[in-house]
Design a protein around this ligand. Sequence first.
Ligand code: RIB
Ligand code: CA
Length: 301
Amino acid sequence: MKTPIIIDTDPGIDDIVAITAALFSKELDVKLITTIGGNVGIENTTRNALDLLTFLGKDIPVAKGAGEPLVSKPRTATHVHGTTGVGEYRFEAQANAALLSEENAIVAMKNHIVESPEPVTLVPIGPLTNIALLFKTFPETLDNIEEIVLMGGAAAGGNATPVAEFNIFADPHAARIVFDTAIPIVMCGLDVTRLTSITYEDVEKLKGMGQAGEMVYDMLDYYKHTYSDGKVTIHDLCTIFYVTRPDLFTVERANIKVVTEGEAAGCTITNFTDDGNVSVCVGADVAEFRKEFISVFEGIF
Ligand code: RIB
Ligand code: CA
């Protein structure tokens, strides 16, 4: 039985890798992809999602979500992902516009969740604005969500600021709403994403691995420019591998409090406690994770 998932995303180069891994996983049934403004603006993230699905030949619906955070001013990460969001890569084919839903992301998620015969796993890999709006607008969806497996936060450190990770920093008010919801959450934060960085040698292997491998190689070759230690961190990929291979990860339970204002805005204050509602990924089998990364591209075109 495949796990039904909805991916909420701001592609974004690491999002592209995560979505590709999900689409070709034998364990996952990607029901819907919703887009959010984050790494780049909503028009670019939505176009990148449509371009990727067209390139990979996958007829998955895409629904466009929020272009701005609930309260904070919009922030992007063009310095990491380039102005389009996919580095210097250009998808040649015209995107299949028929994949773009007429429904807004919140309505599309609500419809897929309430109509699903199986509880749905939500996989947010961008700012949490859409997820917060979903819970506030359609609280009945909480009854048919298995868990949320998100990329965001950190028990220690940050990348947007010294104490805040980008996805949380971009919309801390939305993140507080999500983490304050009594629902099982798996936090794939910087603590684990930084452990599971991929080496430049791993990236080079993609060159001979078909069109999907070449596409991801080109994007990661650009993405390398913001890294210096011979590795690249594909943050969002951790969420997909957590759903398909939870055995790769070590988790500790915690309660998370999100700081929404001031110098520490976006900080995920992590109180480790056995009765916490959040499973924080604190460790991973890095060698196996790297093998899993390469295996994504084996046997696809
Ligand atoms: O901090 C890393 C996160 O911010 C990733 O999801 C990346 O795509 C950006 O959205
Ligand atoms: Ca992302």
